[in-house]
Design a protein around this ligand. Structure first.
Ligand SMILES: [Zn+2]
Length: 358
């Protein structure tokens, strides 16, 4: 066989070997135009070259069959997963077949609901600031009118580090989003001078040393609300929360409040709404009482305003903290808070907009 024919086969070989690694339908290489062209050349060749060239083409085809098979086995192997990699990096799913590409997923129900909740408050004139997942003693307690050694601190049994900050206090996994109040008031204090109120909602993850059951979790989401201005009363607080809740639940609801105790509000209230499921007739959601206690709230304590250099003689405010899971559980009649973090597709699929495989 002359050098031209040897080169011709080598050229086709290089081209097709490279293609096996590039394309998804690897079998198509075996039926490719290039291979068929080589076979078509055989009858044209001189008698003494036919046998040798034919064998070389057959050898090449056999080699390609083996390569296609090996390549397919390689593609079917479980890829090694880098758990720290952002999921969106794995979208070349034909190369990493067991990883779902990001676009096949859907937004988690809690985040989807949080977006709806925030949209309502934004329409009411509130800004949104996220809370922190590690904070200090001053923001968790001191700035919120919890004196040193006050027993109310024990009501917020959360997680602390052994490492301490510059005040020799441990770092704290916040037990509530109220840790942000002092920062918010200081950041937006200029608004008061301009005659505008401070109106901010703060979503964030909070942590409690809590036994987990259908109603309680050690880690959950809260939405804090802070409003400060002139002539602000408890009436404004109740009207704001009622407006939000009726918009979120898309139904008229009655509200009632009863005295409670928080160090950072005075008066402090426990806020209850008429059960949106039974119209106060009583059902299992409201424990047959017709009412559901939904959040704590109250007028911001003068000491909390003072801690942010706001004069409580001139300005007043209100604040609330509500569990986001609780709002969502009530909206969809979800009985177990643990479902949110369960990763159960049968649960998540009920919320997704039937996109992709999820
Ligand atoms: Zn009910």
């Amino acid at each position: 066989m002359n050098q031209d024919l040897i080169d011709e086969i080598a050229l086709v070989r290089n081209k097709l070997v490279a293609r096996i690694n590039e394309i998804e339908d690897k079998n198509s290489v075996l039926r490719s135009v290039e291979i068929r062209a080589l076979y078509a050349r055989i009858p044209e060749l001189a008698q003494d070259q036919k046998a040798e060239f034919g064998k070389a083409v057959n050898d090449l085809r056999n080699e390609l069959v083996d390569l296609v098979e090996a390549s397919r086995e390689e593609a079917n192997k479980l890829p090694s997963i880098d758990v720290s990699a952002p999921f969106a990096l794995n979208t070349e799913h034909h190369k990493r077949p067991t990883l779902l590409p990001a676009e096949w997923g859907s937004i988690h129900p809690l985040l989807a609901e949080l977006e709806k909740i925030l949209a309502i408050f934004i329409s009411m004139g509130f800004s949104v600031v996220e809370s922190r997942e590690i904070d200090d003693d001053w923001h968790m307690f001191g700035s919120l009118n919890f004196p040193e050694g006050h027993p109310a601190r024990d009501d917020y049994d959360t997680f602390m580090t052994e490492e301490t900050d510059e005040r020799s206090k441990p770092w704290i996994a916040p037990a509530h989003t109220s840790t942000m109040q002092n920062r918010i008031l200081k950041t937006y204090i200029d608004k008061l001078g301009k005659g505008e109120p401070i109106a901010v909602v703060i979503p964030g993850r909070v942590f409690r040393n809590e036994d987990v059951d259908a109603r309680h979790d050690h880690t959950f989401y809260q939405l804090e609300g802070v409003f400060v201005g002139r002539d602000v009363s408890v009436g404004n607080l109740i009207a704001s929360l009622k407006t939000f809740l009726e918009e979120y639940y898309k139904t008229k609801i009655e509200v009632k409040s009863q005295p409670f105790y928080f160090p950072f509000t005075e008066p402090s209230l426990e806020f209850a709404i008429s059960c949106p499921f039974c119209d106060k007739k009583g059902c299992h959601v409201c424990s047959y009482s017709g009412w559901i206690e939904i959040m704590g709230c109250g007028s911001i304590h003068p000491n909390v305003l003072r801690a942010a250099d706001i004069d409580p003689e001139q300005y007043q405010g209100f604040a609330w903290g509500v569990g986001i899971e609780r709002l969502v559980m009530m909206k969809y009649n979800i009985e177990d808070i643990r479902l949110f973090k369960s990763g159960r597709l049968d649960f998540l699929r009920q919320f997704s907009a039937a996109k992709g495989v999820l």
